[in-house]
Design a protein around this ligand. Sequence first.
Ligand code: PMV
Length: 330
Amino acid sequence: MITMAIVASAPAKIILFGEHFVVYGEPAIVMAIDKRAYATVTERDDEKLHIRSSNLNSSGYFHDGIFRIESGDEKETRMKFEPIRLAVEKVLSIDGKKNGFDVEINSTVPIASGLGSSAAVVVAVVMAISSSLHTKIAKEEIFRIGYEAEKLVHGNPSGVDPAVSTFGGTLFFQVDTGFKPLEVKADIPLVIGDTGVKRSTKVQVEKVKELMQRHPRIADLLKKTAREIALGAVDALRENDLETLGELMNINHALLYGIGVSDESVEWLVSAARRGGALGAKLTGAGGGGCMVATAKNEKLENVMAAITKAGGNPFIARKTDDGVRIEHE
Ligand code: PMV
């Protein structure tokens, strides 16, 4: 059997406002950025699901409920591949099919750094598999499957990552009411700084939960403040008011610091970015390492990048993208 390879891709994201508080029902503002995860899918003659990740430098396959490692660390590889297996099974179950696949993952998104790489990978795989099977699938369904798969990665996700990887653009997201696209006409100049410190979203979310439980009244006030910050940011984004946006990012970072999810690596980069001329800087995603994001006037971007590099981080300029998950070619 000769089958054609199908390539799909999905964007990474940054959380501009509201990480962690979004888990407790408060709003978050998330933006798809121009770094993408690519999934190349080819049908197999048997029913194996074979996965290779060039980023993890690992490969293995699932067959009859058993995972066999080929290269890489067995425990880590299995943990990273399980959400992909679940997502593929969900797509197969739509039309009751049983095909096997070769899935090749290539991603330009740094792993475990707060940019939503796992969600982008899963969403791209869902699109590529459904296209290969000629299974009709709406974007809402892709998001839903991505969300189910993300629950394997960390127990109580808000769903922001699969939402923005599926739909692209800038979204106002709330667990109860779902996501609403925000119109952001201007390109917001953003620098992302990767600390290079890998961390687990699940661990950070658990830590926040315990703190919130120990200080319920303070937690309520912090949540209310996080909500006001996100609501203020909607106006600032609409009006392209970078100064206000920067101030709100700084306040948001202070809250995140307060709930214990910043760390030394993040603080270095956040301070460096501000010293380098950023209007505002904060961690993005779960924290405890990972990435931070800063906004600055265009003419200051290079300065901010240099300051982040000097502080030991790995900076890059991020542009928003309206393109959610898509087929690259088939
Ligand atoms: O670091 P990331 O990309 O996994 O984002 C986590 C965002 C949290 O708000 C901390 C958790 C969530 O599920 O929204």
